[in-house]
Write a protein that binds this ligand. Structure first.
Ligand code: ARG
Length: 467
């Protein structure tokens, strides 16, 4: 068991051979990572079991010692899982906490575990395993979010809403089409995660301190046992590389940016002024002073989590910037950034999935808004091109005059009498009214990837087959 009762000034039992005294209290505080890297206990033990098994297979340690080591490590695993393990700051990090406990449990055989490895390749391994699992978990969470959007898109493939540019009413679209825009975004995030898994799928263990080792180890064997595609190829790079963590943070930052845009739209849509959606009670909060309020706190917090994730990305890029090869202790600062960003991202995706599934869509409000703001002006211009043979620029001008007239009369384009329209251009007939409704406008946009319900359904089918 890690010995917390020893004098803090006694030298470290793991590496203190050449030290006459132990560290200053402040040294211990700045040096220790156990407060956060204990999160890596399962990966650390898995890695050690694979390493010890390989050492025995290669005849570097005896089978008897290997059996003791593996048994001891499994005992430690259940001790930690059941909360019966006392972590010691004097022992710095998870690696030495586990090894010290192993020595207490099995005696001298424990000292053979660290043959042909270093904490430098050990931490690279533990952290890679952790990030790999997190990437896989996030991939699954995005799949659930995409599924939520696909269901809402299917339900609302025909529900019209205003499409915006500059947050000004632009052209009518369907809510299903708008939902599918998010499916595209989160689909890209998911494929970035998959690429990141491929990139990091190399085993660092066996790179040792930085130069490899003279023992006849088998790195392919440990790579296979730990579920990696292959071992890394350069021992110096292996212990100094944290690209996998930075890639995770970059992907998290991009996904966070997408989530923040959705969060912002939900905040806007759920205002009484817009009234496009109503959040469920389960995903909103009340005000302690204003009884009428229902606040989109979860959406606001998702919007804010993006800031934390960006902070973590910039922090780790800055930690790694300018570090000489190979390992430097600076790299110990990598973990908290990744843990914090992972927790933020998971929460944000889960909250968003809940909100999207639960929110009530007010199709009447959306439709009313879709028709306001002369959103079918482009349809009038297109009709003039198609039916009256006008060049698009002229049609644009004619339509502009019709919009100005409707505006001065305080009515919609479709409410202008034919005589008014013909006064602007004599070739306009009453057939034009067929394209001035929002439904006709939306149904006409059948170009691949366009907003017509038939096209939205085609894209839903595309994603269903891939989700
Ligand atoms: N706690 C250290 C970290 O997180 C482990 C590696 C320490 N290696 C060393 N040579 N001091 O990076």
């Amino acid at each position: 068991m890690a010995d917390d009762t020893t004098d803090t000034k006694s030298s470290n039992q793991m590496w203190g051979g050449r030290f006459a005294s132990g560290p200053d209290a402040i040294m211990e505080e700045i040096n220790a990572s156990i407060g956060f890297d204990k999160k890596l206990f399962a990966q650390d033990i898995r890695g050690s079991i694979a390493h010890a098994t390989m050492l025995a297979h290669q005849g570097i340690i005896s089978t008897d010692d290997k059996d003791k080591i593996v048994h001891g490590l499994n005992t430690i695993l259940s001790e930690i899982e059941s909360g019966n393990f006392e972590f010691s700051r004097q022992l710095e990090d998870i690696h030495m906490n586990v090894e010290a406990r192993l020595a207490t449990l099995i005696g001298p055989a424990a000292g053979r575990l660290h043959t042909a490895r270093s904490r430098n390749d050990q931490v690279a391994l533990d952290f890679r395993l952790w990030v790999k699992e997190e990437l896989q978990k996030t991939e699954q969470m995005l799949t659930n979010l995409i599924a939520a959007f696909l269901d809402r898109a299917e339900e609302h493939a025909e529900s019209v809403m205003p499409g915006f540019t500059h947050l000004q009413t632009a052209q009518p679209v369907t809510f299903g089409h708008h939902c599918m825009a998010y499916v595209e975004m989160f689909g890209r995030d998911r494929s970035r995660l998959r690429h990141a898994i491929e990139h990091l799928d190399e085993s660092p263990i066996g790179a040792a301190a930085l130069a490899g080792t003279g023992y006849p180890i088998d790195r392919h064997m440990t790579a296979k046992a730990l579920g990696f595609r292959e071992p890394t190829r350069n021992s110096i790079d292996t212990v100094s590389d944290r690209d996998f963590a930075i890639e995770f943070l970059s992907i998290a930052a991009i996904a966070g940016m997408h989530l923040s845009r959705l969060a912002e739209e939900i905040v806007i849509w759920s205002t009484p002024q817009f009234g496009f959606v109503r959040l469920s009670d389960a995903f909103s909060t009340g005000s302690s002073i204003m009884p009428q309020k229902k606040n989109p706190d979860a959406a606001e917090l998702v919007r804010a989590k993006t800031g934390r994730i960006n902070g973590s990305l910039v922090a780790l890029l800055t930690i790694m910037k300018g570090l000489p090869l190979a390992y430097s202790k600076d790299m110990q600062e990598d973990k908290e950034q990744v843990f914090d960003a992972a927790e933020s991202l998971e929460l944000a995706i889960a909250a968003m999935t809940g909100m999207v599934r639960d929110m009530t869509v007010n199709t009447a409000r959306m439709k009313a808004a879709a028709g306001s703001g002369y959103s079918t002006a482009t349809d009038l211009a297109d009709w003039l091109v198609r039916e009256a043979g006008l060049p698009f620029r002229d049609a644009h001008h004619v339509t502009g005059r019709a919009v100005a007239l409707a505006e001065s009369k305080g009515c919609d384009l479709a409410e202008l009498p034919l005589s008014d329209l013909q006064a602007i251009h004599p070739d306009i007939t009453d057939k034009v009214y067929g394209v001035l409704t929002v439904e006709a406008s939306v149904a006409s946009r059948k170009s691949f990837g366009g907003t017509a319900p038939s096209e939205v359904r085609r894209q839903i089918a595309f994603w269903r087959a891939r989700n």
